[in-house]
Design a protein around this ligand. Structure first.
Ligand SMILES: NC(=O)CC[C@H](N)C(=O)O
Length: 356
């Protein structure tokens, strides 16, 4: 009985704390400040017809995006900046560095309580994870996009943008790390992935589910990552990152691509292996040669969920490989690029994969 009461009071206390925090801004008569950094994507897409699928991503400039959802001004003091205007299939390291450096500057200079990044959905999860690893603040960074262009019937962008601003402006979003907020759900950067090519419910968390749900202009959180939230990688002043490429595994794959990357002297290879990160004999021999030549080799999985574990069918220690743990190949690439700015030692890189 005592235990039950303690839990009930604990829950009530938590809600009270949240209500207090919610009030903090309105007492001062101030709205939280949210800066919207626009990069393009379908949310800024424009088509000829409201019923046909064809459209061009990244057409609508940030001011028009904001004017289409005037309700965001009730939630926050809004400023918009155009960082890029691209389909996110053209996202690149230059723009990641620019985005991350600008967000760090916004928080360091206390320019805003939260940041929203409008972004195409193809690589949105990669940008979110890059920001997770490089933004040094507890303040919310909320990535948002759309699956239907702004000109389509039942377009999803306006609602998603309104919700994203609400999430970025909410004091309850402190310390959640960069997230994707779309389709009434909030997903942690580390776990989220695009799962369906065209459906508005495309974003899902592979292993752990959404950390929060959005409804009726409010966000409720249920989980928070236990992975290290300390400042991770400092990219201030960086102009490029070590080159890391991804190779996909499949039955009877040849070793041509691994050999080509070894000869190109890339700094790292992420192998999207079969099952628990497995490869066949010919690919394994080339990956081993790559690791011996000083290239960081990371085993990840094409399976779409779960972890790649050390010492299963592969003796990683003997081969000098590291495992991606539960990161998908595209996110393992990002962590490996950043890890290589710090160390080339396989043991140290493995520690980084288990920590972040
Ligand atoms: N739904 C989308 O945003 C996809 C459009 C485009 N390929 C992009 O990622 O920007």
């Amino acid at each position: 009985m005592k235990k039950v009461l303690a839990i009930v009071f604990g829950v009530m206390f938590t809600f009270q704390m949240q209500a207090e925090k919610q009030k903090a801004y309105s007492d001062k008569g101030e709205k939280p400040r949210v800066i919207i950094l626009a990069t393009g994507g379908t949310i800024a897409g424009s088509g000829e017809s409201s019923t046909k699928a064809a459209y061009t991503a990244g057409k609508v400039p940030v001011d028009d995006l904001l004017n289409a959802v005037p309700q965001i001004h009730d939630l926050a003091d809004i400023k918009g900046e155009q960082i890029a205007q691209i389909g996110s299939q053209d996202m690149n390291i230059d723009t990641w560095l620019k985005l991350s450096q600008r967000i760090n500057e916004i928080f360091d200079n206390n320019e805003a309580e939260g940041v929203v990044v409008t972004h195409g959905t193809d690589t949105q999860e990669e940008t979110a994870y890059f920001l997770e690893l490089t933004v040094n603040s507890d303040k919310p960074v909320v990535l948002v996009g759309a699956m239907r262009p702004s000109t389509a019937m039942s377009q999803d962008g306006n609602r998603n943008l309104l919700d994203a601003v609400m999430v970025a402006a909410s004091p309850n979003s402190q310390g959640i790390g960069p997230v994707i907020a779309m389709n009434e759900s909030v997903f942690a950067a580390r776990d989220v992935t695009k799962t369906i090519t065209t459906n508005i419910a495309t974003f899902q968390s592979r292993n752990f589910g959404p950390i929060g749900l959005i409804y009726d202009g409010k966000v409720s959180y249920y989980y928070k990552s236990l992975r290290s939230s300390e400042a991770k990688f400092n990219v201030k002043g960086l102009k490029k990152l070590p080159q890391v490429e991804i190779i996909y595994g499949y039955a009877d794959a040849s070793a041509i691509t691994v050999k080509a990357l070894r000869e190109a002297k890339v700094k790292g290879i992420v192998y999207a292996g079969m099952g628990n990160g497995n490869f066949n004999a010919q690919v394994g021999a080339e990956l081993e040669a790559a690791a011996k030549s000083g290239i960081a080799v990371c085993r990840s999985a094409r399976a779409g969920g779960g972890r790649v574990t050390l010492f299963n069918e592969v003796d990683d220690k003997a081969l000098g490989f590291v495992v991606a743990d539960d990161l998908n190949p595209q996110k393992a690439r990002i962590l490996l690029m950043l890890a290589l700015t710090r160390t080339a030692d396989a043991n140290a890189i493995q520690d980084i994969f288990f920590k972040y």
